[in-house]
Design a protein. Sequence first.
Length: 182
Amino acid sequence: GSYDNWINSAPVSASLIVGTNVIKAKATGSSGPDVDHLRIEWTGSPLSDTGYAFRNAPHFVSMIRDQYPYGIGEVTIRDAQYETDAVLDHYFYHDNTAPFLCIRFIQRFGISNPSPRYITECARAFRSGLYSPPGSVHTFGTGDYGDLHATIAAVILDREGSSEVLDRDPSSGSLREPLLKV
């Protein structure tokens, strides 16, 4: 089969000492495809045994499925990095990212219940990377997608966020969060 050329190795054990803690990693079986014998133990302090143990020991999975000289391990690392970059790009450029972030920014820096127009203006600034307040010669941002300079400028300088009439209205504004004040 395709896995006949695997080199089997003897069991391996390694200890990592961090401060007063010792973490042992043991590979108790031979290596090979789809075989995982890694066990991680925390043995406590090398000076005194505290009796602590990992309830759910960390399980490390390598991005490399096969090893040199028989496999193509380097390609799988590259592919994993490309896949990670691709999923992060997908999340960043998703249609709902701009409105989601704008609602959170508006609630943190502005008002608790923003109007759809306010959210749309902020999302437009996030997507275009530019914001120019009405009646102003100033432009904020670099023109790049996701520019937070333009987004925060849209949150703070929008007419709904800086209206004196809305500031006097008792039903408008932001709810207090007493836990943030403590």
